[in-house]
Write a protein that binds this ligand. Sequence first.
Ligand code: ATP
Length: 516
Amino acid sequence: MAQQEDMFKKLISHSKEYGFVFPSSELYDGLGAVYDYGQNGVELKNNIKKYWWDSMTLLHENVTGIDSAIFMHPTIWKASGHVDAFNDPLIDNKDSKKRYRADVLIEDLIAKYEDKINKEVEKAAKRFGDAFDTQKFLETNPRVLENEAKKKELHERFAKAMNENNLEELRQIIVDYEIVCPVSGSRNWTEVRQFNLMFSTEMGSVADGATRIYLRPETAQGIFVNFLNVQKSGRMKIPFGIAQIGKAFRNEIVARQFVFRMREFEQMEMQFFVRPGEELKWFEQWKQTRMKWHQALGLGEKKYRFHDHDKLAHYANAATDIEFEMPFGFKEIEGIHSRTDFDLSSHEKYSGKKIQYFDPELNKSYVPYVVETSIGVDRMFLSVLAGSYGEEELEGGDTRVVLRLPPALAPVKLAVLPLVKKDGLPEKAREIIDRLKFDFRCQYDEKDSIGKRYRRQDAIGTPYCITIDHDTMTDNCVTIRYRDTMEQERVPVAGLERIVPEKVSMKQLLKQIAKS
Ligand code: ATP
């Protein structure tokens, strides 16, 4: 655990040192849970967004995009349920004066039981070697069974309290399980209270007569209220989807964990409109499609898992999260929800306007059902960074930090490095960049030793380094060095246009999901 925390700290400082993420307003000592993306961060983030957008709108003929405004009519948030129910249960520790989400404190305890079980398994696997039967061990080991029973009991009590919105019971669980404040170590807790997560502001030139409006806490509502506009203007036939990428804002109570939980963040959401009764089939299909999208990045199959919801939101009839193994455990990066006809029906009611689709095959009108896929750009960014970060010992006692980023997402695809700053080598390097820059982001670097320059590129995850030496001037060949293996190969300059795209183009990545 300590090792993982250490790794997380390193990741945060690496992000800053290499221009991926800066704390917002750092000059003024920062602003809680708000971050800025630096010169490399913005490229990685844009590539993630492109990967998502292209996978949605190019690989699915029936998915189209929109870009709706952040400000929306305030009644929309009444209709969506956010004004009344977008709350987190919070609890304060009276000694440390720290505020926590009561549900998160309990979930952390559940995770501790899981950790204990995993540790028992690891220990036993080491002891028994090849003969070890994990399943049998899980079913028979007394310590595992004991922890499993404790976990189950807590889990059931917790799920019931959450489903019933029973704040007193949540507090009682914290008391009964002797959960302590991680800062003060005490059990001196306040009551549990609900806290609305929406930011509000006023629209209008003077406070008088101004309207209270909200900064959207999700992008989805912008899709719902445009359902008819898109369906009619695009002559869309059900089933079809509308995708959107945009900022969302939540006044998170516990804003720790870097870009995992921010107050201003970005979402990539797709609402898929289907016939009533067919939603669970589509829910399954989108679960698989989205998992493939993640897996195609090659960060490791075992790093992802589904986590089905115990507490279904009032509008959902099925929900799952895709979780990624962050340095602080498996955490949600994407939600997939079957939202029934809740949103469209609710907007019908609140707006007084019909939101229906006439299905020519069934010869009838209905309010479509919706399956949503919703992923946070910033959490995705963090998962990619955490999954790529590595520290390696090299021959000769040297070390390197390398970001093994999926090549198509890397901020810089190709670094071009003249061995010396003279004899026409820089000009040759520029010539190569001029040929490739239309397709790939290239970086020119002539400063410091070649070894140092390689290290700098490894640290930002550049898949290829091209070195120009004196021989290049006569044989028109360059040395290409591969980031992951550090292998070097001599190749003709003319071959670069073929070699580079093989790994780094978005097209290759998309083809991989399309065929898998
Ligand atoms: P959590 O339970 O962690 O607060 P959530 O279930 O409220 O998340 P959703 O409302 O399902 O999240 O939002 C969809 C996605 O938006 C999440 O999977 C996550 O990737 C992203 N997201 C939500 N809240 C934040 C946040 N505060 N900072 C960054 N990303 C977020």
